[in-house]
Design a protein around this ligand. Structure first.
Ligand SMILES: C[S@@+](CC[C@H](N)C(=O)[O-])C[C@H]1O[C@@H](n2cnc3c(N)ncnc32)[C@H](O)[C@@H]1O
Length: 276
């Protein structure tokens, strides 16, 4: 068992919608005391991973450019930093970056591109159009920290030896073994959703996907894999999990409007397997 964190936590190198940076302290008491490999199949900014810095870990996400950014930062840290140091905070440069055909470039180029747009784009959003072109407007930051060298180096060190993969959560979950810990942080069920499985869809992560996730979590728990999962405090989520998992309410501080200037505590659910 590798167990818990190996050192002080570090902040993620990107800001991510739904990121757990502000909630991590509330997650920690709900982790098993010991576990084997740590898996985060909806990695996003991977706030829990960067807090724990487990030696044995697997990170995955379906967003290919995000995943290539992790690989680029881990394997070619100096090049990512070198590139970012040359990228100015300038609208014309931002627009030129945004229009780049980035997928043909190296992982280091993708990482620098991704981090630059994350630091300078509106609210750190990641959004693409139907042609997979990044289409977030220039942000309103006075002096963004485009190349935060200490954080980039600390994140690269934490990623050393970590398995990083682009894949669907279900495939990632199949790799978990008895005694491992899987933390699932999917796109949330909207609070407005009703218990009817067909009444709404939320992007591509619709209620069928949430049901598939619940079945995946159950199958893991049945094999003795520890599961921790975050989701909204909605009836749909309670209906999915209450009979076979323990549910804990936690308060997340979330931006409440698109300008990000209003924040309040929103209750959400932590769902724990009964394996620990
Ligand atoms: C709420 S975010 C995770 C935030 C993360 N825990 C953090 O601290 O930043 C959800 C992530 O799930 C990913 N995702 C959505 N559908 C997925 C799927 N079917 N399989 C794997 N990842 C998926 C998205 O790309 C996004 O990065």
């Amino acid at each position: 068992m590798t167990g818990r964190a190996v050192g002080a936590g570090i902040p993620p190198f990107i800001k991510w919608v739904g990121g757990k940076r502000g909630l991590v302290e509330q997650l920690l008491p709900h982790l098993p005391k010991q576990f084997g490999r740590f898996h985060e199949p909806f990695a996003g900014g991977a706030a829990l991973f960067f807090t724990l810095r487990p030696k044995r870990a697997s990170l995955s996400d379906e967003n290919e450019r995000l995943v290539r950014s992790y690989v680029g930062l881990r394997d070619d840290t100096d090049e990512v930093i070198r590139l970012l140091k040359t990228y100015p905070h300038d609208r014309a440069f931002f627009e030129a970056q945004r229009a780049r055909d980035i997928d043909a470039e190296s992982d280091a180029e993708v990482a620098a591109w991704f981090i630059y747009l994350n630091k300078t784009g509106f609210n750190g959003l990641y959004r693409v159009n139907s042609k997979n072109r990044f289409n977030v407007p220039f942000g309103r930051y006075a002096k963004p920290n485009i190349c935060d060298v200490p954080t980039l180096r600390a994140c690269a060190a934490a990623l050393s030896g970590v398995r990083i993969e682009r894949c669907d959560f279900e495939r990632a979950a199949r790799r978990a073994k008895t005694g491992d810990l899987v933390y699932f942080d999917p796109p949330y069920v909207p609070l407005s959703a009703t218990s009817s499985f067909t009444s709404y869809t939320s992007g591509r992560f619709d209620l069928d996907a949430h049901a598939r996730l619940r079945d995946t979590a159950l199958a893991l728990a049945e094999r003795g894999v520890h599961v921790l999962l975050s989701n909204s405090s909605s009836d749909v989520v309670r209906d999915l999990y209450a009979s076979r998992f323990d549910l804990v309410s936690v308060n997340a501080r979330r931006a409440i409007n698109s300008k990000g200037d209003g924040r309040r505590a929103i209750p959400e659910l932590l769902i724990r397997s009964r394996t620990y």
